[in-house]
Design a protein around this ligand. Structure first.
Ligand SMILES: [Cu+2]
Length: 255
């Protein structure tokens, strides 16, 4: 099962987490993975690393009457240390695929400095752009089979649109630290390998908004963090195209 841990981030926390895992953590799936991996792969363990543990819990979103939340896995949670320097996660190259006039996945959590690539799998052109994030970009029009990329060098949330298709929407969330997670469909989340200390816990969701609170992470971690977002006042607003104009009702979206 080596390498099969389905929990991103578990591997990087293997060594620092062992000391703590042995004595106190029994609930985190990340740690179970980490322990398996340690037992199989790591004969040498550092003895003076600070304790690190998981911060986990569940997110809920309050909805208007009759609405059932179906996008909890679009929630992104991350931690920013208050008393120490943050440590960015490893930059990676990850895809958001364009197919059937849709971006998949709709929300992509990356570490700041990562590259997001946009393969076009539709038999017509798309124009990926972002104007409302920390930095702007415009990948231009390109056809099926082509892939264009952008590096997200600044932390924050980048709304991604297409200049041709008004309903194509995605979000890239570039987390400033290594301690981040995207929730599961159930709302559960787990951030592994968090050093003990005080943090700003930040949560983002497209409809539920942003929430910030301070948390104290003890050496044994936090396992019952409850985050309640509220989408009851959310109203969909059609964004504008890259020229700041409304999309033509019968315009280029003719496919
Ligand atoms: Cu498009």
């Amino acid at each position: 099962m080596i390498g099969a841990c389905p929990h991103p981030g578990a591997v990087r926390s293997i060594v620092p987490s062992l000391e703590l895992s042995l004595v106190s953590v029994t609930t985190s799936r990340h740690f179970r993975c980490a322990l398996l991996l340690v037992g199989a792969t790591s004969p040498l363990l550092a003895s003076r690393v600070p304790a690190q543990a998981a911060v986990s819990g569940v997110v809920t979103i309050a909805e208007r009457p009759g609405v059932r939340t179906s996008d909890l896995n679009d929630v992104v949670i991350w931690l920013e240390p208050l008393d120490a320097a943050g440590r960015p996660g490893g930059a990676a190259t990850v895809p958001i695929v364009m197919s059937e006039r849709r971006y998949t996945p709709k929300v992509r959590l990356v570490s700041v400095g990562s590259t997001v690539e946009f393969p076009n799998q539709d038999p017509f052109r798309h124009n990926v752009f972002s104007k409302a994030g920390p930095t702007e970009f415009d990948l231009g029009l390109y056809d099926r089979g082509e892939v264009r990329r952008v590096r997200v060098a600044a932390p924050g949330v980048y709304p991604i649109f297409c200049n041709i298709h008004a309903r194509m929407v995605a979000f890239v969330v570039a987390a400033p630290t290594a301690w981040s997670a995207q929730a599961e469909a159930s709302g559960r989340f787990a951030i592994p390998g968090v050093p003990a200390g005080r943090y700003r816990l930040r949560t983002w969701h497209n409809r539920g908004g942003e929430q910030t609170r301070e948390v104290e992470v003890p050496a044994e971690g936090l396992s019952n963090v409850s985050i309640a977002l509220d989408a009851r006042t959310y109203r969909f607003v059609q964004h504008r195209n890259k020229f700041g104009k409304p999309y033509p009702p019968d315009g280029p979206d003719r496919y």
